[in-house]
Design a protein around this ligand. Structure first.
Ligand code: G3H
Ligand code: 13P
Ligand code: ZN
Length: 314
């Protein structure tokens, strides 16, 4: 089957209390690791591409890799999504390039400007059968000045504003700031997720899918391997997986994961280099990295509750 939008996935995820994993792809090995996992677990999938990924790998290469994944898995719904599109132009370009979902992230603009930009993307995307994720509130990491939960809490999504925003823009899903942030250093002390904010938004917008960005867990296994084999990430801390599972049972229908992929790949490459300093065949270190991604994603699909749900999302 061809690439799909997130419409049916979100409908089923909301109704049945799970979330779809949205994994960032930057090259063939990362994509293959993710796709091997969803094929074995029979899970619906969102493959997302950032502007940085487009610049690094070239859209034509990434699209060709994803086309193969789609062709080889006809029983699995796969969506190709633009992650953090920051201008109307890039969103339109991605619609034209065959994406089935785009994110317009105009959250750094004042509210009315965010509405205006998002509305224009929605108009263009919907006319082409493409769905739109928007963002309200400020996540850490990408917004450089907002890092760590103490700062992030000042920028949480306002539930009343979220309702107005969705009604005014007609967006299909909304990325909300609920205490998570991008990257490997999300919390300075105990992780805190604002479940009350999710609940309040859910009450105002029943049935409407929310998106959790910055949702990597910074898995101990990979953090330890990185630190053991010459890396230096002692203070890395992610979102506890129990919190992800809890959000997935609520209105959160899409959970974004990139850092955990990066750490799995990096950990295995570091391990191979440390244990076999003479190794210079890329297949011998990218291969274990790809396998680590596959096993990590398989595990995540159970945390999200979407393993075995491919058929109902078709
Ligand atoms: O949201 C951020 C994702 O991890 C993508 O990161 O812009 O470095 O590709 P990137
Ligand atoms: P992580 O950095 O937590 O993996 O978040 C990724 C993300 O939100 C991509 O949009
Ligand atoms: Zn993000």
């Amino acid at each position: 089957m061809a690439l799909v939008t997130t419409k049916k996935m979100f409908e089923m995820a909301y109704k049945n209390g799970y979330a779809i994993g949205a994994f960032n792809v930057n090259n063939m090995e990362i994509t293959q690791g993710i796709v091997a996992a969803i094929a074995e677990e029979k899970a619906p999938l969102i493959l997302q591409i950032s502007r940085g990924a487009r610049e690094y790998a070239k859209m034509s290469y990434l699209k060709a890799i994803i086309d193969v994944a789609v062709a080889e898995n006809p029983d699995i719904p796969i969506c190709m999504h633009l992650d953090h599109g920051d201008t109307i132009e890039i969103c339109k370009q991605c619609v034209d390039d065959g994406f089935t979902s785009v994110m317009i992230d105009a959250s750094h603009h004042p509210f009315e400007e965010n509405v205006r930009i998002t509305k224009e993307v929605v108009k263009y995307a919907h006319a082409h059968g493409v769905v739109v994720e928007a963002e309200l509130g400020q996540l850490g990491g990408i917004e450089e000045d907002v890092v760590g939960v103490d700062d992030v809490s000042a920028h949480l999504t306002d539930p009343a504003q979220a309702q107005t925003f969705v009604e005014k823009t007609g967006c299909d899903s909304l990325a909300v700031a609920v205490g998570t942030s991008h990257g490997a250093y999300k919390f300075k002390s105990e992780p805190k997720i604002a479940f009350d904010v999710i609940e309040k938004i859910q009450r105002r917008l029943p049935g409407f899918p929310l998106v959790m960005h910055g949702a990597s867990s910074v898995l101990k296994e990979f953090k330890d391997l990185i630190n053991k084999y010459g890396g230096k990430m002692p203070d890395a801390m992610g979102v506890p997986e129990e919190a992800i599972s809890r959000a997935a049972k609520m209105a959160v229908c899409k959970v974004n994961i990139d850092t955990d992929l990066r750490m799995a790949l990096t950990a295995k490459i570091r391990q191979v280099f440390a244990e076999k300093p003479g190794e210079f065949d890329p297949r011998k270190y990218l291969g274990p990295g790809r396998e680590a991604i596959k096993q990590m994603v398989k595990h995540k699909l159970h945390v999200l509750g979407c393993a075995g749900k491919a058929a109902e999302c078709l």
